[in-house]
Design a binder for this molecule. Structure first.
Ligand SMILES: Cc1cc2nc3c(=O)[nH]c(=O)nc-3n(C[C@H](O)[C@H](O)[C@H](O)COP(=O)(O)O)c2cc1C
Length: 311
């Protein structure tokens, strides 16, 4: 049992167990646009149509949000992680180069969102270190795009639960491959993922730690401030990973918070790299070279040709 006041970081981690979507809430007042990444969004009522989210009291966007007549909840699509990162930091350049349209009350609508709710401010409840803002939904739109997910301090993508996977959606299809193609791809991915998790465990690393270690290896002599976006972890999760890597003797924090990998950190990362190659080798060894061409054609059709030309 934890006491939230005794260890706020542990409390944050506990809250992070609750998987959410990710939104960017926007508003505009007197010609100034604001937007913050927020996962505190929740639906409240159908009749009348009400939703809520909570805004940190120390947000530099606070004044504009409390002066604007409206706000817009932009529910992010799975491919909008970079937008989420950009709107999670203070600064005037958040909207630079972002394709926008104008919603109710001038609230900016972000192109490509999975759904948008245009809300009139209904009521606010100052509570603790946040302001709960309730909005009356005047208009909404949605697309079929999959939504971005945030869970345990990191971005995630929602997949159908394995327990519900074998529903027969295509009774017309004649072969198992046709019928369960995506399910089988997912199963192949999961097999790889499980093997990687085991390889990490044998190097005493978890996923977040291995991401931080890889980032330090790719960009040495930098602080967590500059590395955090590459890890795609939130601040707390990234700091926790740094702390545990230091405790394990894999990383040191030096002057100006510069992160340096120790020889044992570098050894663990090398071993993980070798293990990855071995896992790939083992899983793919029975496939003749020329059959890879078929796999490549299939993957090009599904994920696009550009991944095969990227460095
Ligand atoms: C996944 C995620 C969820 C967040 N949720 C909230 C939230 O619900 N409310 C909030 O005020 N800040 C939240 N933040 C932090 C804000 O995005 C961040 O403090 C804000 O953009 C800073 O800019 P500002 O100074 O304009 O407020 C979240 C950040 C992330 C990465």
């Amino acid at each position: 049992m934890g006491d939230p006041l005794a260890d706020p970081r542990a409390f944050r981690r506990c809250l992070g167990q609750y998987a959410t979507g990710v939104t960017i809430v926007t508003a505009s007042a007197d010609g100034v646009m604001v937007g913050v990444t927020a996962n505190s969004f929740a639906s409240v009522s159908m009749t009348p149509p009400l939703v809520l989210w909570s805004l940190q009291n120390n947000s530099t966007s606070y004044d504009v949000f409390t002066r604007a007549t409206h706000f817009a909840i932009n529910i992010l699509a799975a491919d909008q992680i970079e937008l989420s990162q950009r709107f999670a930091k203070s600064g005037p350049e958040k909207f630079d180069g972002v394709t926008l349209s104008e919603g109710a009350g001038g609230a900016p609508i972000l192109d490509g969102a999975a759904a948008v709710l245009e809300c009139r401010r209904e009521v606010e409840h100052p509570t603790g270190d946040h302001l709960i803002m309730v909005g009356h939904v005047e208009r909404y739109r949605r697309s079929e795009t999959a939504a971005l997910v945030f869970e345990r301090g990191r971005y995630a993508a929602a997949v159908e639960h394995p327990a519900t996977r074998f529903k027969d959606d295509h009774p017309q299809s004649s072969t198992i491959l046709h019928r369960y193609f995506i399910v089988l791809l997912n199963r192949a991915y999961n097999r790889m993922r499980e093997a990687m998790a085991a390889a990490r465990a044998s190097e005493h690393l978890d996923l977040n730690e291995s991401r931080v270690l890889s980032a330090v290896s790719a960009y040495p002599s930098r602080s967590l401030d500059t590395l955090q976006p590459i890890t795609f972890l939130d601040r707390i999760a990234a700091e926790d990973a740094v702390a545990s890597l230091c405790a394990k003797g894999f990383l040191t924090v030096g002057q100006a918070a510069v992160l340096t990998m120790t020889p044992s950190g570098s050894q663990a990362l090398d071993a993980l790299y070798e293990a990855t190659l071995a896992i790939e080798g083992q899983l793919l060894s029975s496939i003749p070279e020329d059959e890879f061409a078929i796999t490549e054609r299939t993957l090009r059709a599904i994920v696009g040709a550009d991944v095969f030309t990227r460095q």
